[in-house]
Design a protein around this ligand. Structure first.
Ligand code: ATP
Ligand code: MG
Length: 937
């Protein structure tokens, strides 16, 4: 039986038993903080199990996309584990219980009409104390007791070991069904969970019977397909084997199941299938949480390829095959193969670039360890390897394990925390407990009334405060004042928007008889709105009435939020349909918008996008919202994102006829209220994703004013027209370079900068040109846009002080190397330079001689300078050739120094002497010329 057929049979079997067929939940439920990836079919029904939602049905059946990070190390090693797999399931919410769950499972597995598996190849397990289940299997189904195993709580209870170790809350025994293939080990194919208890505290007698009992089952699709298809591993079933074979072809090897390469190809198949599904849902490889898991899976696959000799990206080529194999249940995969493959390829390139170096580094680490007889890889090394080479610690651990070395995880975590960065995941609780949870149970939800109003009459329903020992708890009233006493206030209804969908939470006040509560932030926990803040006066109590007033800040947030929808439209118009939203943050007149695009947005595209947004703003289009069935929204062409979970019905926000988005946020009523839209930056936060930051309303206006005034300020300082500023900066930079040279004694002092008049008579340039000009100017001087004027002022100040320095040198008659060269006499082929060097000390004279030797070799130079009224210094230097033909600088200064009443000497190529009679300098110069001519002659 084909896998697609099995999936369909399961769902229709349970439909015949009165179950509602529901779609798979997304793979990455970003709104659920308890998991990174959906691990099982039941997760989408968590609130159904807890009775927290109104039930439209009490029986459901699904085929759920799952990803289990805990099974990563099993992949390739066991025959039956994947990271990504599909789980078939049937669920009862307080409806049928054990007898039906068991007998239907048996019927589906063994009945010829359905799977027709031979009953004598099936066994089951039950929890050791679950006589009810054991008896039913034995008496009603007819299984001999020898084929019913009773197992401990660590094996057959959900959550595992819950009775003795917790957590408190709903739990129950399980019954697993095993298939025994001929000639190999049994495999668990189906787990039936009977959620019948509420655990309260430690044993004994800590399991209370639930009034409403649930059924939650999970059957592994691939495992069951493998039994039906008679293959020895999941990887050989009809929807996986072709991917394994395609991987072998791409990698240029033959697939031999039992060899190392076989394991590697299965792992590549699994990991790239998982990555394909996640990236399809817009979860890209990255440094944190689920993104990190995807990075790790992808890099593991790349390492496998590398170990088979591949040095170029290869894994991305599997995406098409995967989409083809999965197209019956998930046709939407085919719409994004291009994008998914691009993202994978980029990540492969990034990793491959550094992989060889990273592996070389691990070899070094291992060699040192062998030398020092160590067996545990240090966490510090691992942290270094991840940060420098992008080599995930899990890979390092694996490579180390191949050498029989273990890995220091605590050390690694400590090291990463030092960098303020921790990859991977923590453990999270599926069901939280605490004051907020108990409010959820009693209140279920807060009615949100803030779409059309910014204040409302409300009743205080819950106050959560901190105890002295730091734990939070529910209180009836509260009267400590001031910001340091943070509170959470929950009301029956609220106009305050709770942070969600990228839009920040509202601030404002809740005022009642005798109290004022300041709301500093509003958060959402499921459907409960949490007003965070503090009491400014009076005493707040539960069950009193109050007025909730949202602050004016909301208007700025709405401007930014409506602008993101317009931006989304403009991006798609200018870049193409692939430019879909990846994430956003909407704050007061400030927004950040991430979207898919492989390369940077060019300045021209960006200008067009900005212009299109502002054009829609000035077109004054009506903004409307309505609640419609999901199917209707789809039909109307609303923008829908893969991986996003939409309720049904949905809230549809439309602007004119150009934008339709499903959105829970608050909006303006007309696009013109955005006022102005201004992009302030565009960058790439990760592979395949671009990020635009923009401003709206007054903030955009202020920004524009600042652009114009900054550029104006620079133009004025430089004495040119605005658009000539970059040209003037270029000249100024050259001018400063020339001045510096002159001030340092090399080169002549430059004249004045010649005036620029290109744009002098032009009219005031338009804003876009001014912004571009300012950006370019800022780039030229390597500072941020608004720091450029200060930089120019500083450069002009430099010009002034350099000019002063040059003038001071000129006044003292300081000579440059060029000045000296002009005075040279030629003796034979050698230049003889003998001169006074006014204002120069011995170091400057050496410097001048070095310059001359470079510029004018062969040469012989002797410089003399008075040092105040009572001292003379002289330095002589000869170029290499002169020294070779017997010249001696030491002898030269020794002879001349006697004239000024001193002495000295040194090496043949450079020598120095001092004297006490500045009045004799002229005599000394004459003597030095004579000596020099003789030396060279
Ligand atoms: P195992 O002990 O074999 O890892 P499990 O006890 O973790 O399985 P459950 O959590 O009960 O499995 O999940 C229900 C069913 O989902 C299992 O009976 C199995 O058929 C399937 N399943 C679980 N994990 C995987 C996996 N990593 N890959 C493929 N199928 C799986
Ligand atoms: Mg498992």
């Amino acid at each position: 039986m084909k896998t697609d057929e099995l999936r369909e049979k399961y769902l229709s079997f349970y439909e015949t038993k009165g179950h509602a067929r529901r779609a798979s939940d997304v793979l990455v439920p970003t709104w659920d903080p308890s998991v990174l990836f959906t691990p099982a079919g039941m997760n989408q029904f968590k609130d159904h199990f807890l009775g927290r939602v109104k039930l439209d049905f009490t029986r459901a059946t699904t085929c759920q996309k799952c990803l289990r990070t805990g099974d990563i190390d099993n992949v390739g090693r066991t025959a039956y584990h994947h990271t990504f797999f599909e789980m078939l399931g049937n669920f009862s919410f307080g409806d049928y219980f054990k007898p039906d769950a068991i007998s239907w499972a048996w019927e589906f597995l063994t009945d010829k009409k359905w799977l027709g598996l031979p009953a004598d190849q099936l066994t089951v397990t039950v929890y050791k104390d679950d006589n009810e289940a054991a008896d039913y299997w034995h008496e009603k189904i007819g299984l001999p007791t020898s084929r019913i195993d009773r197992l401990e709580e660590d094996e057959n209870f959900w959550p595992a070991s819950a009775p003795s170790q917790g957590p408190d809350g709903v739990c129950g025994p399980c019954s697993e069904i095993y298939y025994h293939p001929k000639g190999s080990k049994p495999v668990e194919i189906w787990n039936l969970v009977f959620t019948q208890f509420n655990r309260v505290g430690d044993p004994p007698n800590n399991l209370e019977s639930l009034p409403s009992k649930n059924i939650d089952t999970g059957m592994g699709l691939e495992r069951t397909a493998a039994t039906l298809q008679g293959v020895t591993t999941n990887y050989h079933i009809d929807i996986l084997r072709p991917i394994v074979e395609a991987a072998a072809e791409i990698c240029g090897v033959k697939y031999v199941p039992e060899e190392d390469n076989g394991r590697r190809l299965r792992r590549i198949t699994d990991h790239i299938r998982a990555c394909t599904f996640a990236i399809h849902e817009n979860v890209y490889p990255g440094a944190q949480k689920e993104k990190y898991v995807i990075r790790r899976l992808l890099r593991r696959a790349v390492l496998d390829g590398h170990q088979m000799g591949l040095r170029k990206p290869f894994a991305y080529q599997l995406v098409d095959k995967i989409a083809e194999m999965m197209k019956t249940p998930y046709p939407e995969l085919q719409e994004t193969t291009q994008r998914v493959a691009n993202v994978i390829k980029t990540e492969e390139e990034n990793f491959l670039d550094r992989l060889d170096e990273g592996l070389a580094r691990t070899e070094k680490v291992f060699a040192t360890m062998r030398k020092d007889n160590l067996t545990v890889v240090s966490g510090g090394e691992a942290a270094e390897l991840y940060q420098t080479y992008g080599f995930p610690p899990e890979l390092f651990e694996q490579v180390a394990a191949e050498k029989g070395l273990t890995f220091d995880w605590p050390g690694y975590k400590e090291e990463m925390e030092k960098f303020g960065e921790l990859t991977g995941t923590g453990t999270m609780k599926l069901f939280e407990t605490g004051p907020i949870e108990s409010l959820k149970n009693t209140l279920r939800q807060t009615d949100f009334v803030g779409y059309d109003q910014s204040d409302a009459d409300v009743t205080i329903k819950g106050i959560v405060a901190n105890d002295e020992d730091g734990t939070t708890k529910l209180v009836d009233d509260y009267e400590l004042l001031g910001e340091e006493h943070e509170l959470i206030v929950v009301t029956d209804s609220t106009p305050f928007y709770g942070e969600s969908g990228g839009q920040v939470g509202d601030t404002g006040e809740i005022v009642g008889e005798g109290f004022l509560f300041i709301v500093t932030d509003t958060q959402k926990d499921s459907d409960l709105f949490l007003h965070r803040g503090y009491l400014a006066s009076g005493k707040i109590s539960s069950n009193v009435d109050a007025k909730a007033v949202v602050s004016q800040r909301r208007t700025g947030i709405q401007r930014a939020h409506s602008a993101t929808h317009i931006l989304h439209y403009a991006l798609q118009k200018n870049l193409g349909e692939h430019a879909q939203q990846q994430g956003s943050k909407v704050d007061e007149d400030w927004l950040r918008f991430d979207f898919s695009n492989m390369s940077a947005v060019t300045p021209e595209q960006l200008a067009a996008i900005e212009e299109d947004v502002n054009e829609r703003v000035s077109a004054s289009e009506t903004v409307k919202w309505e609640t419609v069935p999901l199917a209707k929204a789809r039909e109307l062409g609303a923008m829908m994102l893969f991986g996003e979970k939409y309720p049904d019905p949905v809230r549809l926000v439309s602007m004119g006829t150009f934008s339709r988005e499903l959105c829970g946020g608050t909006h303006l009523t007309n696009t013109s209220q955005v006022g102005m839209f201004e992009v302030v930056s565009e960058e790439g936060p990760s592979a395949g994703v671009r990020r635009i930051v923009a401003l709206t309303g007054d903030k955009a206006k202020e920004y524009r004013e600042q652009v114009a005034s900054s550029l104006g300020e620079m133009a004025k300082a430089l004495g040119v027209a605005k658009l000539d500023v970059p040209e003037a900066i270029k000249q100024l930079q050259q001018y400063v370079r020339d001045l510096k040279k002159a001030a340092g004694g090399s080169g002549k002092a430059p004249g004045e900068i010649s005036p620029i008049t290109t744009n002098a008579k032009a009219a005031e340039p338009d804003y876009a040109a001014q912004k571009e000009t300012l950006k370019e100017s800022a780039r030229m001087v390597n500072v941020g846009m608004f720091d450029a004027p200060a930089r120019i002022t500083a450069m002009l100040a430099d010009v002034d002080s350099l000019k002063k320095e040059i003038a001071a040198r000129a006044e003292m008659g300081v000579l440059t190397a060029d000045d000296l060269l002009a005075k040279a006499e030629t003796v034979g082929s050698t230049k003889l330079i003998v001169s006074e060097a006014p204002g120069a000390g011995p170091n400057e004279m050496r410097g001048l001689i070095d310059q001359l030797r470079k510029k004018a070799a062969p040469c012989a130079v002797l410089l003399i300078a008075a040092q105040g009224d009572e001292k003379v210094m002289m330095v002589a230097g000869l170029s290499e050739e002169v020294v070779k033909s017997g010249g001696k600088a030491g002898a030269w200064v020794k002879e001349i120094a006697t004239i000024v009443g001193g002495s000295g000497g040194g090496r043949p190529d450079m020598a120095q002497a001092g004297g006490k009679e500045p009045g004799k300098i002229a005599d000394a110069l004459a003597a030095a010329v004579a000596f020099g001519k003789q030396m060279l002659g």
